[in-house]
Design a protein around this ligand. Structure first.
Ligand code: NAD
Length: 732
């Protein structure tokens, strides 16, 4: 079955409908391009056809983007020279879109040609907007939920099918910048205001309006194909344009810290492309695009943030069990986490019982959803009716009998095993036999908590990250006795709320916290060694961590750090490393509890705005006369996390390296350019990683000793994705 079909009306207008079989949203493949080109050729060649409307057979969307596996296929096409395969393949795509844009016009006089309109019923992303940009007029249905834009930069790419060149020539570099460099998405109205599309029309009139336009004998020559075209806002050699490019270079470097190849390549494509004719600009765009595709960072980002993330969301590690979709959810504890869990669940259409010790506390938790909806209304993203529907789904109560009929209950009460055990007994007394009970604990072993349950095979960890509405990862933790049905339930629930799951085995701090805590500690430890705190923070940011370890400790709070330090000491006894205790306990004693106290490693003003590192730090821990090299600090900060990830794999806490990589980026923002800890190790190669960490261990302590697994892989010449990627998964 073909992805595209065509219907020619009596009026001579061809309606080309894109409808990828078996997908809820259209995705472009190599076959799809071939199908589209054949129809475009027919439109141009057939005298009975006067023009075309390209639309979608899916009700609320035009297209979700390109099938990124296509890139791997192109790479393989020319055997030894993948860059050549990519260049030729992408130039082939340009040729198809250029064919639509030129539409059979005479190349010299620009006469003739047939109008192509794009009619977007809703979301149009990536190639789903690049095709419309090649058409002569873009209509979008007025659907507030539609997302229109070019988000490629978010997976380490940039729009490489003409989107970059066309958008810049349409809007100017300045106006195109947020759309290209940030991947900003808009609904139809916003996209029209931004100049990305031409008309917003009621959904039911979409195709007819586009058809009427095709019949109106419109002028179809693109401005850049006419003589005397000038780029809006000025080309780079124009004084105004010059300022844009100087500013954009600085902005890109500031935002990306130079670690994301795509943003820099995008800017180069825009800058160089702006100085030449359109077809040459497309070739330049293509060369930079291939340059990015050949960069190991881009390949790793695509693998983790696109291919493997999607595989995990679709249940790559789901045990075989019938559909476990949740229909009624119980959330116990309406505090910060419980309120967020109730909100994201109700938003996904699940009925929620939100239970706390008092009605007042439960109501406070529900008020979080009301406040969230109000913000949405203020921003035009939601309506009072939608707010009501959302709130109607949440029953706030202090009566545990309301939990009857729940098929999943998640507890988010105080982090206290006694309180949690009591809650477990209370819940099991009222819910049905098949109900799954989950805990949101961040530190307590699941298998221990499961002891309070009479059905430990139905007991599981579902660990959210704060703030729940924003954080995309959910860590599912199997206790020793957790059964397959509970895992399937947790995975199906996470899918319902549209987050990304990883499934790990029970061990101290599970996976994410196990890796992030050493990062915080390493940064704090360096301050005690007399390393300049500014060097620590900047080194982290320059290597792509979203927050420095000191800032992150302030965000999560110093008292939490103290609590974790005490609990870890109690659990580990003699093996406990107390290098950070003095500074943490001192800050806590000083009342510098972090951002919430407007005092911590950083100083804050009275509104809570960060002012800079607190000078008291270097008074107590004077700066060492000799400061380490930047890369030494960066290696300490990264390897301390990555080695924990390897140990988690070695110990069987992680069962799938894809989860290790995706979880690291989504869970704690591990340098996304790297594709995750395992991708980074593969980039470095286990032999170098072993050598480097051995040197770090000699200089700084045993926490850097390379795990046996890493040594073994170095000796055998193996890579993580070569050795551990599941057979069907992307490992390129
Ligand atoms: P919180 O103090 O904001 O909320 C806890 C809520 O539980 C309070 O409203 C309290 O009244 C209620 N509660 C206590 N005992 C109860 C009982 N017996 N029955 C019903 N309700 C009861 O705490 P939080 O930050 O939301 O954390 C909750 C859980 O989530 C903890 O286990 C914590 O470790 C975990 N967690 C927290 C974070 C975070 O960043 N705060 C992140 C992940 C997981």
């Amino acid at each position: 079955m073909s992805d595209f079909s065509m219907d020619v009306g009596d009026d001579g207008v061809a309606i080309i409908t894109w409808d990828t079989p078996g997908r809820s949203m259209n995705v472009m493949s190599l076959q799809g391009f071939a199908d589209l080109e054949a129809l475009v050729d027919r439109v141009i060649a057939d005298d009975a056809i006067c023009g075309a409307v390209i639309t979608s057979g899916k009700p609320d969307s035009f297209a979700g983007g390109m099938d990124l596996k296509l890139i791997a296929t192109l790479k393989e096409r020319v055997g030894e020279i993948p860059a050549k395969g990519l260049f030729e393949g992408v130039m082939g795509i340009h040729a198809i879109l250029r064919k639509i844009e030129r539409a059979g016009m005479d190349p010299k006089t620009n006469r003739g040609g047939k109008p192509f309109a794009a009619a977007l019923p809703g979301t149009a992303l990536g190639i789903g907007l690049e095709i419309p940009l090649a058409c002569h007029r873009i209509f979008a249905a007025d659907v507030p939920k539609a997302k229109i834009g070019l988000p490629e930069i978010k997976v380490g790419l940039f729009p490489g099918a003409g989107g970059t060149t066309r958008l810049v020539r349409r809007l100017g570099a300045m106006a195109a910048a947020p759309l290209l460099l940030e991947g900003k998405l808009n609904d139809g109205k916003q996209a029209k205001a931004a100049g990305v599309i031409d008309e917003v029309v009621p959904p039911e009139e979409l195709v007819e309006r586009a058809r009427a336009w095709v019949l109106s004998e419109p002028k179809i020559v693109k401005p850049w194909d006419e003589k005397g075209y000038k780029m809006p806002g000025g080309a780079p050699y124009h004084p105004a344009g010059f300022m844009t490019f100087v500013g954009a270079s600085a902005m890109v470097n500031g935002r990306t810290q130079g670690v994301y190849p795509a943003a820099k390549a995008l800017l180069s494509a825009v800058y160089e492309g702006a100085q030449v004719d359109f077809d040459t600009a497309l070739r330049i765009e293509c060369r930079w695009f291939v340059n990015v595709l050949m960069n190991p960072s881009s390949a790793a980002m695509i693998r983790s943030l696109f291919i493997n993330k999607e595989a995990l969301e679709k249940g790559a590690n789901r045990p075989a069990a019938p559909d476990q979709k949740v229909s009624k959810l119980g959330v116990i504890g309406a505090g910060m986490m419980g309120a967020g869990i109730a909100l994201v669940s109700a938003r996904a259409g699940i009925d929620v019982v939100l239970l706390d010790q008092s009605q007042e506390a439960a109501d406070r938790g529900k008020a979080h959803s009301a406040a969230y909806a109000d913000t949405g209304i203020k921003r035009g993203k939601s309506t009072p009716e939608e707010k009501q529907v959302l709130l109607d789904r949440i029953t706030a109560t202090s009566d545990s009998k309301e939990l009857r009929g729940c098929d999943l209950v998640i507890e988010a009460v105080f982090e206290d095993p006694g309180v949690k055990a009591e809650v477990t007994r209370q819940v099991e007394a009222v819910v049905g036999e098949a109900c799954i009970l989950a805990t949101n604990t961040s530190t307590l072993p699941i298998s221990e908590l499961a002891k309070a349950s009479t059905r430990p095979e139905q007991f599981i960890g579902i660990h959210f990250f704060s703030p729940v509405e924003k954080m995309l990862l959910v860590e599912i933790i199997k206790g020793h006795e957790t059964g397959d049905q509970a895992v399937a339930k947790a995975l199906d629930y996470v899918r319902q709320i549209r987050k990304t799951p990883i499934v790990v085995n029970d061990a101290r701090f599970f996976y994410a916290n196990r890796c992030i805590i050493p990062y915080l500690n390493e940064g704090i430890r360096m301050v005690t060694e007399g390393i300049n705190p500014a060097l620590v923070e900047n080194a982290a940011k320059l290597v792509g961590m979203p927050l420095g370890p000191l800032q992150l400790t302030d965000e999560t709070s110093i008292d939490l750090g103290v609590k974790i330090a005490k609990a870890t000491r109690a659990a580990m006894g003699a093996g406990y490393d107390d290098a950070c205790d003095d500074i943490l306990f001192w800050l806590a004693d000083e009342g510098r509890l972090g951002r919430k106290a407007k005092a911590g490693f950083y100083a804050y003003d009275e509104c809570g705005k960060r002012q800079g590192l607190w000078t008291g730090l270097t008074e107590k821990y004077p700066l060492a006369a000799e400061q380490p090299a930047l890369v030494e600090v960066q290696h300490r900060l990264l390897f301390v996390q990555v080695l924990e990830a390897v140990r988690a794999l070695e110990e069987g806490v992680l069962a799938d390296i894809r989860e290790g990589d995706v979880g690291a980026i989504l869970g704690w923002g591990f340098a996304p350019w790297s594709g995750g800890p395992f991708s980074w190790l593969d980039m470095l190669g286990p032999p170098y990683a072993t050598e480097r960490t051995s040197a770090l261990a000699a200089a700084h302590g045993a926490r850097f000793s390379p795990p046996d697994l890493l040594r073994e892989m170095a000796a055998k010449g193996q890579s993580f994705y070569g050795r551990f990627a599941p057979a069907e998964a992307a490992n390129g």
